[in-house]
Ligand binder design. Structure first.
Ligand SMILES: *Cc1c(COP(=O)(O)O)cnc(C)c1O
Length: 355
């Protein structure tokens, strides 16, 4: 750290992304990417758009925003696209939360929320998940703070019902309710239609998971116009061209190819269902999943040891060093072939483990 770093930033503990080791070829099931390629039109987008890269992108990403608005049945005024949904989350934490305007989120959730809060200089409260790892809606209702939560939640994969999102949004018009729907396409009901009813509701989605575009960095945020305008104030004060030309076109192609999207999501869901059964037959306790990953633990081996043993065998999963979930690993749903490699590795590990 240099002597020039500002005080508030010196205290930041930055987010640690899932590892990308280069020492060998791994079956990569650690960052919830989609195992299937982007929609077929993506290739021609790259070919056609490459020569236009000398020009700045459209700061409003109008064509993409129109395609999103059409598909989701909202007005273009209610859609903002960003450089990944992480950027939108950063914008909104900075725009709406500070020391006085505190925010609350579950104690076990996307690890970036407390970091965004620190970055924004906001105080925050962590609301414990219930014993069964579900989000404690009643405790969130009792909290007077602004709310951010993922639905389905990560890394548990569990969801809450839309009626509960509604209750949270209704509970107090003076607090914001931010729903991070990174995994919604894999099994929860989206709150996007509710932005027409509640002027304190923001819904954030990403192209990284269900639309196979993690590397393109694209997120979409749905909110009533006044809130969206506030986010645009931050965006235009920071990076007006936050979505590059290629990504805008790739996103539009992905939005328009509904059949391919549906097919990929269904394949992931089918593999997920089979994987839960398979893991249970190997003796794992597996939480129900409404996402594209499974959260599982085994009595005979701790989460950290299991993660290391799998890595030894060329399979990457994610482990979180956090008291309540230290026994678990989070496994992204891959292709059937990738999952077969995972099962074989697990079988081998468990045969050699007696605890
Ligand atoms: C993956 C993920 C994100 C970030 O997605 P990007 O669009 O790739 O930035 C946000 N929230 C949750 C809960 C996620 O799992």
């Amino acid at each position: 750290m240099s002597k020039f770093l500002k005080e508030g930033y010196a205290r930041l503990v930055p987010y640690v992304p899932g590892e990308q080791p280069k020492d060998r070829a791994y079956v990569k099931l650690n960052t919830n990417e989609n195992p299937y390629p982007p929609c077929p039109a993506a290739q021609s987008v790259l070919d056609d758009e490459a020569k236009l890269l000398r020009l700045y992108s459209d700061p409003e990403s109008s064509e993409l925003v129109r395609a999103i608005a059409d598909l989701y049945g909202v007005s273009e005024q209610n859609v903002l696209v960003t450089n990944g949904s992480d950027e939108s989350l950063a914008f909104l934490f900075c725009a709406f939360f500070d020391q006085k305007r505190a925010v609350a989120f579950p104690d076990i959730t996307y690890g970036f929320y407390p970091i965004f809060a620190d970055y924004a200089g906001a105080s925050y409260e962590e609301i414990p998940l219930r014993e069964d790892f579900t989000i404690d809606v009643e405790a969130m209702l009792r909290s007077k703070k602004h709310l951010v939560f993922a639905n389905p939640n990560a890394p548990t994969g569990l969801k809450i019902e839309l009626s509960d999102v509604r209750r949270l949004a209704q509970s107090d018009p003076d607090r914001l309710v931010v729903v991070d729907e990174a995994y919604v396409d894999f099994g929860a009901d989206s709150a996007v239609p509710l932005i027409k009813e509640y002027d304190n509701l923001i819904v954030v989605q990403t192209f990284s998971k269900s639309r196979s575009l993690a590397g393109a960095r694209l997120g979409m945020t749905f909110a009533p116009k006044a809130l969206l305008d506030d986010l645009k104030t931050v965006k235009y004060s920071f990076n007006p061209y936050n979505v590059n030309r290629l990504t805008e076109k790739l996103g539009k192609a992905a939005i328009e190819d509904v059949a391919y999207f549906t097919d990929c999501v269904n394949k992931v869901k089918k593999t997920r269902t089979e994987a839960k059964v398979r893991l249970e037959s190997l003796g794992f306790f597996v939480l129900p999943s409404y996402s594209n990953f499974l959260f599982a633990r085994h009595e005979r081996i701790g989460g950290k040891d299991l993660y290391l043993a799998l890595k030894d065998r060329g399979v990457l999963v994610r482990h979180f060093d956090k008291a309540r979930i230290a026994d678990f690993v989070r496994v992204t749903v891959g292709t059937d072939e990738q999952m077969d490699i995972l099962y074989a590795a697990l079988q081998d590990i468990l045969e050699k483990t007696t605890r």
